[in-house]
Ligand binder design. Structure first.
Ligand SMILES: NC(=O)c1ccc[n+]([C@@H]2O[C@H](COP(=O)([O-])OP(=O)(O)OC[C@H]3O[C@@H](n4cnc5c(N)ncnc54)[C@H](OP(=O)(O)O)[C@@H]3O)[C@@H](O)[C@H]2O)c1
Length: 257
């Protein structure tokens, strides 16, 4: 199978590195030249990766074509292209519906959307797909797992929390800053919080329990952990989180029109 990438930035590099680490059966990966350092590094690292200057050449050579440019230039990059009717496209471009992609580049045998996240590089990221595709599922299953959604509504519902990476680190940043303000050492605070959150994430990953059960198990009644969540919600924390998710969801819905 020949796989093409148009857009060789952060997420393409993570996906391609994951594919190579997973030892997937891929004949060739052709990447676009833009972000020259990333594309030439990938070609230097992996024998099956080559760099191509012309995006249409990448289309012409690919059985499966990944699109991974920023949403704001998606139309400009895709409109000059002519997809092949017998090929498959997987768009990683956030917010842009598949109907727009095929209106710009032409109809294809199959088109899906996927939201791979950076942990795919460690074969540890679950990727949400907009619909079934044997090829794409095989790839992302090898990179940590795939969730195939059955409707656009369900796909968008995962895209919203998939956008919580900044929030995740932002919360750790706020806690570490608080420790520092109490006289703690910045680096020690960072190490402490990163280690606590990582351990809790591992607990959640390895457990079948609901988050609600995990929260109870980690909150002695009347204790400090119970107080922390109660006061957080009571002081608007829950509303703030819902507001953030709803505004991101609105943005995704508006981008569709
Ligand atoms: N980063 C994530 O965690 C993540 C996760 C899921 C989905 N996504 C989506 O994936 C897409 C890419 O995100 P990213 O974070 O990888 O962005 P990025 O690092 O900025 O990569 C975008 C790439 O597109 C290239 N590009 C620009 N114009 C091009 C053209 N005409 N032809 C070919 N390549 C061109 C850029 O090259 P230059 O640097 O030379 O401009 C850059 O390599 C976005 O739509 C984003 O929403 C990202």
């Amino acid at each position: 199978m020949k796989i093409g990438f148009i857009g060789t930035g952060t997420i393409s590099e993570a996906v391609i590195t994951g594919m190579m680490r997973a030892g997937l059966d891929i004949d060739e990966i052709i990447v676009s030249a833009r972000s020259r350092k990333t594309s030439s590094d990938l070609a230097a690292r992996y024998g099956c990766v080559s760099v191509c200057e012309d995006n249409q050449d990448i289309v012409n050579q690919s059985d499966l074509l990944f699109l991974a440019v920023l949403p704001q230039i998606a139309e400009e990059v895709t409109t000059p292209l002519s997809f092949r009717a017998d090929q498959e496209v997987c768009s990683l471009i956030a917010t842009i519906p598949v109907e727009k992609i095929t209106a710009w580049g032409g109809e294809v045998a199959r088109i899906t959307r996927a939201v791979p996240l950076p942990p795919v590089v460690e074969l540890n990221g679950i990727t949400v797909l907009s619909g079934p595709s044997e090829r794409v599922e095989t790839i992302f299953n090898a990179l940590g797992g795939a969730i195939v959604t059955k409707s656009l509504r369900e796909f968008d519902a995962y895209t919203v929390p998939g956008s919580s990476m900044g929030l995740y680190f932002g919360i750790q940043e706020l806690i570490a800053e608080w420790i520092k303000d109490q006289g703690g050492d910045r680096q020690e605070a960072r190490r402490f919080i990163a280690s606590l959150f990582a351990a809790l994430s591992r607990t959640a990953e390895q457990s079948e329990d609901s988050f609600s059960v995990l929260r109870s198990e980690h909150s002695t009644p009347g204790g400090l952990n119970e107080q922390m969540f109660r006061v957080f919600c009571g002081s608007g924390g829950k509303d703030a989180l819902n507001d953030a998710m709803n505004t991101v969801a609105d943005r995704i819905t508006k981008a569709r029109s």
